[in-house]
Design a protein around this ligand. Structure first.
Ligand SMILES: NC(=O)C1=CN([C@@H]2O[C@H](COP(=O)(O)OP(=O)(O)OC[C@H]3O[C@@H](n4cnc5c(N)ncnc54)[C@H](OP(=O)(O)O)[C@@H]3O)[C@@H](O)[C@H]2O)C=CC1
Ligand SMILES: N[C@@H](C[C@H]1CC(C(=O)O)=NO1)C(=O)O
Length: 323
């Protein structure tokens, strides 16, 4: 039985809790939080303050870090890697190299495996981008997200001073999608592929112009996109934007010889971005434990994980029934 800890009990933490319950080889032993544990209610697992993590070091096989990428994981994952094998969903793509280096130092020093930037993008979509290019070297890859709610971008909005709550919708630009599908030679830029629409609940009396400016100028999240900001009430957010659906597609189009075209298409349609991502993170937790059992230590990414590491099935079963 894989003994699992969740670090951070938000949308993704609750999604991971659901996922662990779906995996017969996993047991949720504790949920860590920075809040007063008495104020956090789980589906049954005990809640401990993050300050008490060391007391759980010999009771946990893997810790799933479910904090926000904007400000939490850059600190939380190296700290967790000092105590446990760990997994996170760090998705600030531009900062992944620096995050990897910091986590690698902590994990190597403690002899643990730390699997970073898992989920679906980065995560499964990253794997498909590499796979598509490997099997169709003469071609091009496109990634479209949405329409749906990006948790990373919504988290980034909520970290702005004066913002009480927020949701961000990512929308593919329909003309660009149509041009790609038609095989037209279209320029694909960050701004020509997606727009971002934010729904923000601000504190009473907050400087809305400053908040809107901070959003639109935010590097790595909004600065390179056409972004709209809508200020609404908490009641409107709850009534009209309660769900966290999402999805997307990675497409690799290439030629195996002159005039012979091939397409690899990987699509996600998600009722719940956090529950699906939690399910990926849980499987990656299994893989991190397997890598550690092989004597590995340090930071790893989804590119270092085999499909057998992710599967609950034995290698014999996979050979007999999945090839
Ligand atoms: N790679 C991928 O494909 C994906 C990655 N992600 C990543 O997951 C990250 C987390 O997203 P998400 O779970 O939606 O973010 P949340 O804002 O729901 O949670 C982030 C942290 O905020 C704290 N928190 C949550 N609820 C409350 C509350 N009511 N009051 C006070 N603090 C609270 C929790 O920490 P604590 O319990 O310690 O207080 C939690 O760990 C995103 O930033 C994104 O980067 C998400 C989806 C896909
Ligand atoms: N990391 C994303 C997962 C996908 C969705 C996305 C976007 O809408 O910009 N980018 O990557 C998330 O937090 O939801």
């Amino acid at each position: 039985m894989i003994r699992v800890a969740i670090n951070g009990y938000g949308n993704l933490g609750r999604g991971a809790e659901q996922a662990i319950a779906k995996n017969e080889d996993m047991e949720l032993v504790v949920v860590f939080t920075r809040r007063d544990p008495a104020t956090v209610t789980t589906q049954g697992a005990p809640v401990a303050h993050v300050d008490d993590m060391p007391a759980w070091a010999d009771k946990v096989d893997v810790c799933l870090n479910c904090g926000g990428s904007a400000t939490d994981l850059i600190e939380q994952t190296p700290a967790a890697a000092a105590l446990f094998n760990t997994v996170d969903s760090f998705d600030t793509h531009a900062r992944i190299p620096e995050h990897f280096a910091a986590v690698d130092a902590a994990a190597k020093a403690s002899g643990h495996v730390a699997l970073i930037s898992t989920g679906w993008d980065p995560g499964l979509f990253s794997m498909l981008r590499v796979l598509g290019e490997a099997v169709l070297p003469d071609g091009a890859t496109t990634t479209f997200w949405g329409p749906g709610v990006s948790q990373g971008h919504s988290d980034a909005l909520r970290r702005i001073d004066g913002v009480v709550d927020a949701k961000q919708y990512t929308r593919p630009v329909e003309a660009t999608v149509a041009a790609v599908k038609a095989g037209d030679d279209v320029e694909l830029t960050t701004r020509s592929m997606h727009t971002r629409e934010c729904y923000v609940v601000a504190e009473e009396g907050a400087d809305l112009a400053r908040i809107e400016r901070e959003i639109k100028e935010m590097p790595n999240y909004f600065a390179d996109y056409d972004t709209t900001v809508n200020f609404i009430t908490a009641e409107e957010l709850a009534a009209e934007h309660a769900g966290i659906p999402h999805g997307g597609t990675v497409v690799r189009r290439g030629h195996t010889s002159d005039g012979v075209a091939e397409t690899v298409n990987f699509e996600l349609q998600l009722d719940s971005n956090p529950e699906f991502t939690g399910s990926v993170v849980a499987a990656m937790g299994r893989a991190a434990v397997r890598l550690a059992a092989r004597g590995e230590s340090g930071a790893r990414t989804v590119f270092d994980v085999t499909l057998a590491d992710l599967s609950a099935k034995t290698s014999q079963d996979l050979r007999a029934h999945y090839l």
